[in-house]
Design a binder for this molecule. Structure first.
Ligand SMILES: O=P(O)(O)OC[C@H]1O[C@H](OP(=O)(O)OP(=O)(O)O)[C@H](O)[C@@H]1O
Ligand SMILES: O=c1cc[nH]c(=O)[nH]1
Ligand SMILES: [Mg+2]
Length: 210
């Protein structure tokens, strides 16, 4: 597994506002979009391209375009939806698939309540979006879905991650092509499985359900 933790003052600034409990949902949603566009820059570093020849008004030149098959972007509902607009702004030709997952707050186990993915992902590059990587259970289940359908490589974009979750994803995906791009690697999980210092429940903060 490759791990990339953003180290950029603009990202840290936006995350600081996002973490602040007084930040309202409307601002939280805007920041999540802005953050994912910044993180997507790193996450798409190895996006597949092919060489093309084009005519500029001045001459013929070679360039690159995204190659087929198109990348697949998969937000994990609910909170991952808050990252979708930012990602497809940068990858407008991507296809979007959906996974709905919720973590049981007692057992911390994820349950999948919705799945709308292409049946065959053979050779596809996939980008999974979820703001929070806590125990890693939800992300591991999502990655598993994608590889079972034939995905070639999976890049996960998360705003915050806990060391426990990073370790769990690494162990569960050994030998597979998985990249993790995090806005920040936080300190730890608390006794309720929440990221510390974290930002609370990302879904609640995005959609005002607190
Ligand atoms: O790493 P884990 O321990 O699995 O926890 C992380 C998951 O928890 C949150 O979703 P939640 O279950 O709160 O659902 P929601 O998006 O509907 O709020 C978050 O968006 C992740 O999907
Ligand atoms: O800190 C956490 C952990 C899981 N899910 C969240 O939304 N926040
Ligand atoms: Mg939630």
């Amino acid at each position: 597994m490759r791990l990339h933790v953003a180290n950029h003052p603009l990202i840290t600034h936006k995350l600081t506002v996002l973490r602040d409990k007084s930040t309202p949902s409307s601002v939280f949603r805007s920041l999540a979009t802005e953050l994912v566009t910044l993180l997507a820059y790193e996450a798409t570093r190895d996006v597949r391209v092919e060489e093309v020849t084009i005519e500029t008004p001045v001459t013929t030149t070679k360039g690159v375009m995204l190659s087929q098959p198109r990348p697949l972007v998969v937000p994990i509902l609910r909170a991952g939806l808050g990252m979708l607009d930012g990602m497809v702004t940068l990858l407008p030709s991507a296809e979007v698939g959906f996974l709905g997952m919720v973590r049981d707050e007692e057992t911390l186990q994820p349950a999948t309540y919705a799945e709308r993915l292409p049946d065959d992902l053979t050779g596809r590059q996939c980008f999974v979006l979820d703001p929070m990587l806590a125990t890693g259970g939800s992300l591991i289940a999502a990655i598993d879905f994608l590889f079972k359908r034939g995905a070639t490589d999976v890049t996960c974009v998360c705003l915050l991650g806990a060391p426990e979750g990073v370790t769990a994803v690494e162990a569960a995906t050994e030998g597979k092509s998985v990249t993790l791009v995090l806005g920040a690697l936080d300190e730890r999980l608390n006794e309720h499985g929440y990221i510390v210092p974290g930002l609370g429940d990302a879904g609640d903060r995005l959609y005002g359900t607190v």
